[in-house]
Ligand binder design. Structure first.
Ligand code: HAM
Length: 439
């Protein structure tokens, strides 16, 4: 029988790497809490129309990459429902905002999420079909200040802080404004006109988009099309006074906060809901898939899926890529913040008769917050030492004598010292760093 493997583009995460993931998630949660964000968990699948209307039919994500199926109806009278594994989480968060009438609180909602997303992309390093995002959204009625450029600056400043706490340096913040819906409509027309004479020389996708959604031409990755794309008009030339003022306020706040950025007029992002500020943090260590995270403002998203006016801004970090970036960094950095603590002790019962008391001893130590492993009385002492040496800094030997006297034999692998330790002092001894001599 052929052996079964994880599906192409998906993967298993195993210890000790999962300890690194958990640590990153804990740091993110701690930073989000300080900026007054609360966690939201939305379903992994949603009605397909949420993404078609929210993210946009013409985007690569919706037109090519979604995992969609017709969910069988329960009753014959019902029509099957088209469902889709979420390719991203912003549309789901905004759906939840509308469904739970969060706008009626009159307050700004600051929500973060950590979870898997699904896109049928060609798998390669840093690009998977199931990948993880850590994201956050700030959304609310305009009266709560949701349109303020201060919100954009706060989100970007928080990202710089988070990356600093994660010890990730060497990133570039690519920043642009794609203007209001009206600016974009105007830009689309300018682009459509500019594309008319050149589109026939471009790829099939671009020829189609030149008519249906010219902005998406800027996402084209086909190398032969790039010289043509370079000559196209820039969106900055189509921004109205309000959009220009908004963007100037964002950059001024970033300057004041000391967050460096690089203005990139071609950054339009691959989702249709963006308005005004858009951004990506790239990292040189990532290779071809160099976007560590992406985000921006989406002032019309709520209305496009049937909700009230609820401007918002947010981002999503590619967690898989964050881990790759960290793993490519200096090992000493990793060791200082991310090292998974080894077991404080391996408890070796000398015979099967000591198995029960070994388990009781382990349970007692674990109650005192110690990480310990327990062996098996059928193992020979040599084998116990070999196992212990690999996973713990000490071995605690529990034979008949030790059981009776309550005095345990402890060998410290770091110092090489073997000593006798009364059972009631064992936890205190094991809590000391192994490099410290113990009597
Ligand atoms: P996005 O740019 O499509 O934006 O994805 C955000 C990040 O997710 C990317 O920068 C990348 O790090 C990671 N990512 C995307 N696709 C993959 C993949 N196939 N494999 C591994 N990592 C991937 C969004 O998803 C928006 N919802 C972000 C946002 C939130 N905008 C406003 N609020």
């Amino acid at each position: 029988m052929a052996t079964l493997k994880a599906v192409r583009g998906t993967r298993d995460l195993l210890p000790p790497e999962t300890a690194l993931w958990n640590r990153i998630e804990a740091i993110a949660r701690s930073v989000f809490a300080r900026y007054n964000f609360g966690e939201i968990r939305t379903p992994v699948f949603e009605d397909t129309s949420l993404f078609a209307r929210g993210v946009g039919e013409e985007t690569d994500i919706v037109s090519k990459e979604m995992y969609t199926w017709e969910d069988r109806a329960r009753a014959q009278s019902e029509k099957p429902q088209s469902l889709t594994l979420r390719p991203e989480n912003t549309a789901g968060v905004v759906r939840a905002y509308i469904e739970h009438k969060l706008g009626e609180t009159g307050q700004l909602q600051k929500l973060y999420y950590i979870g898997p997303q699904f896109r049928r992309e060609r798998p390669q390093k840093g690009r998977y079909r199931q990948f993880w995002q850590i994201g956050a959204e700030v959304i609310g009625p305009p009266s709560a200040g949701s349109e303020s450029p201060l919100r954009d600056a706060e989100v970007l400043e928080m990202l710089a802080k988070l990356l600093k706490e994660l010890r990730i340096s060497g990133w570039t913040l690519e920043l642009n404004s794609v203007g209001s819906a009206a600016d974009r409509a105007r830009y689309n027309e300018v682009l459509r006109a500019a594309l008319e004479p050149v589109a026939p020389k471009m790829c099939a996708d671009c020829q189609r988009r030149a008519v249906t959604n010219p902005l998406r031409v800027l996402d084209c990755k086909v190398p032969e099309d790039q010289p043509i794309i370079e000559t196209l008009p820039k969106i900055a030339d189509c921004l109205d006074e309000d959009s220009k003022k908004h963007f100037a306020a964002v950059t001024a706040a970033l300057d004041a906060a000391g967050v460096p950025y690089h203005l990139n007029p071609r950054l339009v992002r691959g989702l249709d809901y963006y308005t005004r500020t858009t951004f990506e943090f790239t990292h040189g260590g990532l290779g071809a898939q160099n976007a560590l995270l992406g985000g921006g403002r989406y002032d019309g998203l709520s209305e496009s899926i049937g909700g009230p006016k609820a401007p918002g801004i947010g981002f999503a970090i590619g967690l898989d890529r964050l881990v790759l970036t960290l793993q490519a960094q200096d090992q000493t950095v990793l060791d200082t913040i991310y090292v998974d603590t080894p077991c404080a002790a391996y408890i070796a019962p000398l015979g099967e008769a000591q198995n029960a008391s070994a388990l009781a001893l382990a349970s007692d130590l674990r109650k005192r917050e110690l990480r310990v492993e327990v062996g098996d009385g059928t193992f020979r002492l040599k084998k116990s030492f070999e196992i212990a040496n690999k996973l713990a800094s000490r071995i605690v030997i529990l034979g008949e004598d030790e059981e009776k006297s309550g005095i345990l034999t402890v060998k410290n692998f770091v110092t090489g010292v073997q000593s006798k330790v009364p059972r009631e002092e064992l936890a205190a001894v094991l809590k000391k760093p192994a490099a410290e001599l113990e009597g």
